[in-house]
Design a protein around this ligand. Structure first.
Ligand code: G3P
Ligand code: MG
Length: 243
């Protein structure tokens, strides 16, 4: 058994507990809550200017249909079965489900996602959500800048695939608190570099226990995982053995 005195990993349930239940559904988010995930990550797209929670550009993989999701009517999108009878949720429904139980790592995907999400989050802030209950990211820097313009008080995470050559410029632009790095792009030198620039390093997506343990030992701050039980189990196991 690997024993570590490192601080506990921040655990992001990736698309909910999507290793157990259909991704990005209320069922998947409920499972993540039941497993004790402190953060839930999900993907926001805009359909008819409404913020919905869905990962792919097309319907093929999750809804077993053809077509781009943002070219459907909202009523049609809401009628599709995305696994075990689950429907594609609205952002407002997801926030209502997890409010007070987990924080929201909102990933903006696709044109219009920033404005649609910003409107829903504005209402959530009125209803008692705090800015620190959110962490917003996007691969698309235009969407991210639109969101930051609407909600400068909400923490931003820089979401990248490879390590960015212009990280300093991105930091100046977005004033992020974290760097969300693909598992293939992680090195100890990059972890140190990002940390030196004041960023927490969160890695997506680690599902295998040996990957989770290796990344933990490399010193990452947190992990996105389809199996929050595996990350949280590791952390609890470590706490048990830490003097
Ligand atoms: O936000 C982390 C991760 O979800 C980014 O990639 O494709 O799984 O949304 P993807
Ligand atoms: Mg995502």
């Amino acid at each position: 058994m690997t024993i570590s005195s490192a601080p506990p990993l921040v655990c992001f349930a990736h698309r909910g507990a999507s290793g157990h239940e259909p991704e990005n559904t209320l069922r998947s988010f409920s499972k993540a809550l039941a497993l004790g995930a402190p953060w839930i990550e999900f993907d926001v797209r805009a359909v008819e200017d409404e913020a919905i929670v869905f990962h792919d550009r097309t319907l093929t993989r999750c809804a077993k249909r053809f077509g781009f999701i943002d070219r459907q009517s909202l009523a049609a999108v809401r009628s599709y079965d995305v696994g075990k009878g689950e429907r594609i949720p609205l952002l407002s429904e997801v926030l209502a489900l997890i409010r007070g139980k987990a924080k929201a790592q909102v990933e903006l995907k696709g044109f219009g996602s920033a404005s649609a999400a910003a409107r829903v989050i504005k209402e959530a802030l009125v209803q008692g959500w705090q800015a620190r209950d959110f962490l917003v990211s996007a691969f698309d820097q235009i969407e991210l800048s639109i969101f930051k313009g609407e909600h400068p008080e909400i923490p931003i995470g820089l979401l990248v695939y490879g390590y960015p050559i212009n990280l300093d410029e991105m930091i100046r632009t977005f004033e992020p608190i974290s760097l969300h790095l693909h598992i293939d792009a992680v090195t100890t030198q990059r972890i140190a570099d990002a940390r030196a620039k004041g960023l927490a390093v969160y890695v997506y997506t680690a599902n295998e226990t040996h990957d989770i343990e290796t990344l933990r030992d490399m010193g990452v701050d947190g992990l996105f995982t389809n199996f929050p039980d595996r990350v949280l189990g590791l952390t609890r196991k470590d706490l048990l053995h830490t003097p």
